[in-house]
Write a protein that binds this ligand. Structure first.
Ligand code: HAM
Length: 417
């Protein structure tokens, strides 16, 4: 039996990859406009990094990490997300000494041992951004405006932005305490998982998909009613700036995130097109993270977009590879050799050319030229080699013109054909 790929880890094939390239290039273009630079970090990190940042009691750290020992018995983990590695690199390379504000973006594979389904994979790809150094709510609004602009650019409109504030270490503990006692009062209505975790991670109960948990917590205390005044002020400003930039949003006070580093602004871009996996992008503030990882006390904010989910949403609007500008068909060995050299010269000159390598009949070669959607075809036979001229056929209108083989490359480059 042949070897197959690992469950939940997918190939991206020609025909699909063009959509990926379009989505990646659009991110580079849009993020570049907003002053972001790319950062690339390794796909594996010391396990400790993720435990300390994402949080020991989160689903990711408790059950989803690809963790292994290398041959020196170091515990390593395939990155389940990009924020922690980027912050590790930011601190290690002292990027804060270069500029008081760092605007970084990244794209690449992430790994989580989740149950694979549509839109959820074990190797998936994120396009993420992080801004370190600004507490002002203007940056929250700008990051969201950039996310909005990216979706405009890639032509996906059916998404809605949900925002929330999770407070800070000043106000969240009080909210947490109140939520725990609220949950305690209806513990028997919660699912087994929530009964287990409500003490350590009470906010996650609000996010539980189980119908019982949802009904049991409809009137749960809202985090927004418990914000301290600086957090309240910050959240009001975020909303004001979003309004002044005309970025549509809804406030969802039940939105919590699956990673522990968040404070204040959190957000998700959701769609109803992907079933249960409704978040196409998500992120928020993580003001204490850099310091907790041993760096300076700098605030941060960012988001990550799930690339596979975008590709699913792009669906039928597939982007295809550019087709050949020319297909050179040939009859006979000598003509095939001439075609081969001509093709190479044209490729060096920047023209997309294809030819036959399989000794197919002229009819079969022309069928392939059609299939590849070549703009022009050129047929080389004994006669053409003799006269040094050949008929160039424009495939869209079937017009033909005689061209000199000696100047073909030049003519193509000058777009005289
Ligand atoms: P996250 O919510 O865990 O946040 O992931 C962000 C996005 O990655 C999700 O909204 C989803 O589109 C995609 N995603 C997550 N897991 C999977 C999966 N198993 N299969 C397919 N797509 C998936 C973070 O990762 C944070 N680091 C985002 C962030 C950056 N916060 C601040 N800066």
């Amino acid at each position: 039996m042949s070897v197959t790929a690992i469950k939940g880890m997918n190939d991206v094939l020609p025909g699909e990859v063009e959509t990926w390239q379009f989505l990646e290039q659009s991110a580079r273009d849009v993020f570049g406009l907003y002053g972001f630079s790319e950062i690339r970090t390794p796909i594996a990190e010391k396990t400790e990094l993720f435990c300390r940042s994402i949080g020991e009691t989160t689903d990711i750290v408790e059950k989803e990490m690809y963790t292994f020992s290398d041959k020196s018995e170091n515990s390593l983990t395939l990155r389940p997300e990009g924020t922690a590695p980027v912050m590790r690199s930011f601190i290690q390379n002292r990027l804060y000494t270069l500029d008081p504000i760092s605007k970084l973006y990244y794209m690449g594979p992430m790994f989580r041992y989740e149950r694979p389904q549509k839109g959820r994979y074990r190797q998936f790809h994120q396009i993420g951004v992080e801004v370190v150094g600004v507490e002002d709510a203007k940056i929250d609004a700008q990051v969201l405006a950039m996310l909005h602009q990216y979706f405009v650019r890639i032509g996906i409109e059916s998404v809605s932005l949900q925002i929330n504030s999770l407070g800070c270490p000043e106000c969240r503990p009080l909210y947490r305490k109140e939520l725990i006692s609220y949950l305690e009062s209806r513990l028997n209505l919660l699912c087994a998982e929530c009964q287990r975790r409500y003490q350590v991670n009470p906010l996650r109960v609000l996010d539980c998909k189980a119908a019982g948990c949802q009904t049991a917590t409809v009137d749960a205390p809202s985090v927004l009613d418990h914000l301290c005044s600086p957090c309240n002020e910050h959240f009001s400003q975020v909303k004001e700036y979003l309004n002044s930039l005309k970025i549509p949003f809804v406030v969802n006070s039940r939105m919590v995130r699956g990673l522990d580093y968040y404070v204040r602004t959190t957000f998700e871009l959701v769609t109803d097109q992907l079933g249960a996996q409704n978040a196409v992008a998500a992120g928020g503030r993580y003001d204490g993270l850099v310091e907790s990882l041993g760096g300076p006390a700098l605030p941060g904010i960012g988001f990550a977009i799930g690339l596979e989910r975008l590709v699913l949403m792009k669906g039928e609007q597939r982007i295809s590879s550019p087709s050949p500008q020319l297909f050179i068909a040939s009859i006979g060995v000598e003509a095939a050799e001439r075609a081969f050299v001509l093709m190479s010269q044209l490729q060096v000159a920047g023209v997309r050319v294809e030819m036959d390598y399989l000794g197919k009949s002229l009819k079969a070669q022309m069928r392939r030229a059609n299939k590849l959607n070549a703009a022009f075809t050129l047929i080389l036979g004994e006669e053409e080699l003799g006269t040094g001229q050949a008929q160039l056929k424009n495939m869209s209108d079937s017009t033909q013109s005689m061209v000199d083989l000696a100047t073909l490359v030049e003519d193509f480059v000058k777009k005289q054909v």
